[in-house]
Design a protein around this ligand. Structure first.
Ligand SMILES: [Zn+2]
Length: 342
């Protein structure tokens, strides 16, 4: 098969060439013919071997040579003889974390925290290839009428936002503020916030954000807390989602009202921040980390996907994998990046 893989870390070392086809070796194996791959910062970090921008923390990818790609949708090509949850020809999406179903976290519906887990595309080969082999427990059939772009946005972008909002306990009519609202996860946060009947305030300069119908669009970044104060009549936000990291941290904290919850799952602009502890306790703030989502949540977001949409910026070919990864940091980026595989 054709695949994008590397022997040595670094974007310049990612090559697209022939790679051995995966084979069914276990009765529980499933081989997928990949159709669409969502491109995420984690893929960039997998290839560079760094655990984020501005960090020395290393990310170890296995096996070497390694195929990246964590957000995968395709069609079932072959199955092992004990697989009974999917059939050849099914349109499917991959839940991208291995889990053992038995540890304390799996038993409480938090498979993404599995003690014996790991990310498909990081601890095993991922989706930047014509075929992917994984286990039946990680494969889920998708609704007939959703696009491949939507399918390839479910396991990282949509699920991360969905779990984050569950964890935030966002309630109807609460004020919900989203930094990076036109990013991969931000688009879903707007839509899921609306589905929860929250009052959604979305920060972005992109005109198309209005297609997602937030209640307030903040496109002027000069004094965001003041704009939130005016809109909420001094209450400020109940839930703030800041998945951008350091650069928007101070504004995110300033926009929180009493009993506010700051949600975070990303550090694209840096991971070291300052915090005034007095602000934290005087306003009874909570800072809540969130990561991925569990299997039940994944099933729920697959069901919900018929009501959701995703803004596509570009589809690259497998041969253009390096360009697709650089595209993540392109100032002209206007929506999600995908790799479309023939
Ligand atoms: Zn587990």
């Amino acid at each position: 098969m054709k695949a994008a893989f590397f022997y040595k870390y670094g974007l310049e070392n990612l090559q697209v060439r022939e790679y051995p086809d995966p084979q069914i070796t276990d009765s529980n194996d499933v081989i997928i013919k990949t159709k669409m791959i969502g491109v995420n910062p984690i893929d960039y970090f997998t290839v560079t071997g760094k655990h984020g921008l501005n960090t020395d923390q290393l990310l170890e990818s296995k096996p070497i040579p390694h195929i990246p790609g964590v957000e995968i949708a395709g069609v079932v090509e072959k199955i092992g003889n004990k697989v009974n949850n999917v059939s050849v020809g099914d349109r499917v999406v991959v839940y991208n974390r291995y889990y053992d179903s038995s540890c304390v976290f799996c038993r409480s519906g938090q498979e993404m925290l599995c003690i014996n887990g790991g990310l498909i595309g990081v601890v095993s080969n991922g989706g930047f290839a014509q075929y992917l082999k994984t286990r039946a427990e990680n494969i889920f059939v998708i609704p007939k009428d959703i696009s491949w772009n939507m399918a390839a946005s479910l396991s990282v972008n949509a699920l991360t936002s969905y779990h984050c909002l569950n964890k935030s306990n966002l309630k109807p009519n609460e004020f919900f503020l989203i930094f990076g609202a036109t990013g991969g996860t931000g688009q879903f946060a707007i839509q899921l916030g609306k589905i929860r009947n929250a009052n959604v305030m979305a920060i972005s300069k992109k005109k198309w954000i209005s297609d997602f119908q937030p209640d307030l669009i903040i496109s002027n970044y000069s004094d965001i807390p003041l704009q939130v104060k005016e809109y909420t009549h001094n209450k400020m936000a109940d839930v703030v989602l800041n998945s951008l990291g350091k650069d928007t941290w101070n504004d995110a904290i300033s926009c929180l009202g009493t009993n506010g919850r700051l949600m975070t799952f990303g550090v694209l602009t840096g991971n070291k921040v300052e915090l005034n502890l007095q602000t934290l306790y005087f306003k009874q703030l909570q800072i809540i980390g969130s990561t991925g989502g569990g299997i039940e949540e994944f099933k729920n977001i697959i069901d919900l996907s018929k009501e959701l949409k995703v803004k596509v910026w570009k589809e690259f070919s497998l041969e253009q994998s390096v360009e697709a990864l650089y595209g993540l940091f392109d100032k002209k980026r206007d929506g999600r990046i995908f790799i479309k595989i023939d």
